[in-house]
Ligand binder design. Structure first.
Ligand code: GTP
Length: 359
């Protein structure tokens, strides 16, 4: 089966991390998010993937020059200008000559254990043109809310409603099965949104269905959820595309080859290839990327330190993300969903709270 993965967005909510790498190429416990998504798709019978590219396409083509991701054949559809979600799907489908049957579409920032085979089966049974996977969330106001009748036929597609006006907490999980006929509804020469144009059109025609599942699902688009995606893998809360590479395991602490751990730890900790956390440092629920260094008396709590970053003596990183090759100097503090961009320097004793700090 063919899948189109939408990976062309700018990932503005994760800036400055996404200034250098597109969101789906950011690592989730040291493996690019897109590779984890492809692993999940392959588990459910997808054998061909088209990446719908727009923003920084070279990051993908350079990372996977062989045209495969973990053994699954991938091809690239690079939009000349951003076509928005539906435009991107049509462009990608056309690029591989998709004309009949159905295909899977996934947003490239979703990590999930959703059973795709069940969704495909439901789609065939319902005989609609498109089926959306639904997932329950606490606050639906940031998502597309999708009320259905008892047969799963979608009654409305309400994009980002006010919290108290949402008719259900079941939202668009960014995973769809679309028949080839849906492509005919999408103009090929302009930006078209699947959420704002195509789904409402299919609702009017009674051709849109949806199926809810309470399988693990997370949209990694915000710093908080990007962090959570990593910790959920370390905690073993995921099934598909959740492998972690390590040479040694000490309880809930995973050490990749060449990692040196002298620091005190608590909770779930991953130390990447050749990383080092010195004696006197404290690590709790965190990922230390390959080659990253944590100096004595530094504290890393519920955070991700990306490859090659340096955390100096006495610095504190809490609930935050430090980009690749960044340096957090001595006694600086980085807290409360701060993002430090790749190669940025946080000067000694500087305090960052819910900040975006880049070069
Ligand atoms: P934010 O800017 O932080 O909202 O992130 P985003 O750019 O990823 O946007 P959003 O989360 O709304 O996009 C949902 C999915 O569609 C993501 O996987 C994007 O990569 C993808 N996407 C959005 N617009 C386009 C586009 O014009 N072309 C392609 N190929 N993909 C797109």
């Amino acid at each position: 089966m063919l899948a189109v993965v939408l990976v062309g967005g700018e990932g503005t909510r994760l800036r400055p991390l996404t200034n250098h790498l597109p969101k789906p190429m950011l690592p989730i416990v040291e493996k690019p998010m897109i590779a984890r998504i492809v692993d999940w798709l392959a588990t459910h019978g997808v054998d061909e993937v088209v990446l719908a590219l727009g923003y920084k396409p070279d990051a993908f083509t350079d990372a996977f020059p062989e045209g495969t991701v973990d053994g699954v054949k991938i091809s690239y559809a690079i939009e000349p200008s951003p076509l928005d979600t539906a435009g991107a799907i049509r462009y990608a489908a056309d690029s591989v000559g998709f004309r009949s049957g159905s295909l899977v579409v996934v947003n490239g920032d979703i990590v999930t254990d959703l059973n795709l085979a069940d969704l495909i089966h439901f789609h065939k049974e319902s005989e609609g043109l498109a089926t959306i996977a639904l997932t329950p969330v606490d606050d639906p106001s940031a998502y597309g809310v999708v009320p259905t009748d008892s047969f799963g036929r979608v009654q409305a597609f309400i994009e980002k409603p006010e919290r108290d006006k949402a008719p259900t907490n079941l939202v668009n999980a960014g995973t769809y099965i679309l028949d080839a006929d849906v492509m005919k509804l999408i103009d090929s020469d302009r930006r078209v949104s699947i959420e704002r144009e195509i789904f409402p059109l299919l609702v009017e025609r009674g051709e849109l269905f949806a199926m809810a599942s309470d399988a693990y699902w997370l949209d990694t688009g915000t710093p908080e959820r990007f962090l959570q995606a990593q910790l959920d893998i370390l905690r073993g809360e995921r099934i598909y595309g959740a492998d972690i590479e390590y040479a040694e395991r000490r309880g809930d602490v995973f050490l990749a080859p060449g990692a040196e751990l002298e620091a005190e730890t608590k909770g779930h900790v991953y130390m990447g290839f050749g990383s080092k956390a010195s004696s006197g440092a404290y690590l709790k629920d965190c990922v230390i990327g390959s080659g990253a260094k944590v100096a004595p008396w530094a504290k890393i709590i519920r955070s991700v330190i990306m490859p090659g970053a340096t955390i100096a003596d006495g610095a504190v990183i809490e609930n935050s993300i430090v980009g690749s090759d960044a340096v957090v100097e001595a006694s600086a503090s980085v807290r409360n969903t701060t993002i430090v961009g790749a190669e940025a320097i946080v000067p000694a004793k500087m305090s960052l709270d819910c900040a975006r700090h880049s070069l």
